[in-house]
Design a protein around this ligand. Structure first.
Ligand code: SF4
Length: 126
């Protein structure tokens, strides 16, 4: 899920709904690499910290901080009842994909049976 951000919202600092599909395509390639494509990982993106698309409860949340840059949040749950935490700040796309590649590698190697990515992040990352 993503908020409208540019060009509709005057508060936007970064793109969201117009950018997220292309980012997801690249994230899916990493998930494929680690045979994780069947994992149901909740991702949300907003173009500013107001969080209209509830990026703060996603398993992977992207919060726009400037054009082309996002804070990376980890650790929400599937029910949307747990707030995530900031993992890295002000990442561009290359840095986002680098961080997610490392995280998915560890998730593949260290996840326990039926563990979601959000639960894994809470257990192993923070
Ligand atoms: S999160 Fe920010 S950019 Fe997105 S719709 Fe809300 S106010 Fe606008």
């Amino acid at each position: 899920m993503a908020c409208v951000a540019f060009n509709t919202c005057p508060l936007a600092l970064a793109e969201a709904q117009s950018y997220m599909p292309s980012l997801i395509d690249k994230i899916e390639l990493i998930l494929d690499k680690y045979e994780l494509k069947n994992e149901n990982i909740i991702m949300r993106m907003t173009g500013c910290p107001n969080g209209c698309a509830r990026s703060y409860v996603a398993e992977i949340g992207f919060v726009g901080t400037a054009y082309g840059r996002y804070n990376l949040h980890l650790g929400g749950d599937h029910e949307g009842t747990r707030l995530n935490k900031i993992y890295k700040e002000n990442l561009d796309e290359e840095a986002i994909l680098f961080e997610l590649n490392n995280l998915f590698h560890h998730f593949k190697e260290e996840k326990i049976v039926n563990e979601t990515f959000g639960d894994f992040a809470v257990r192993k990352v923070f």
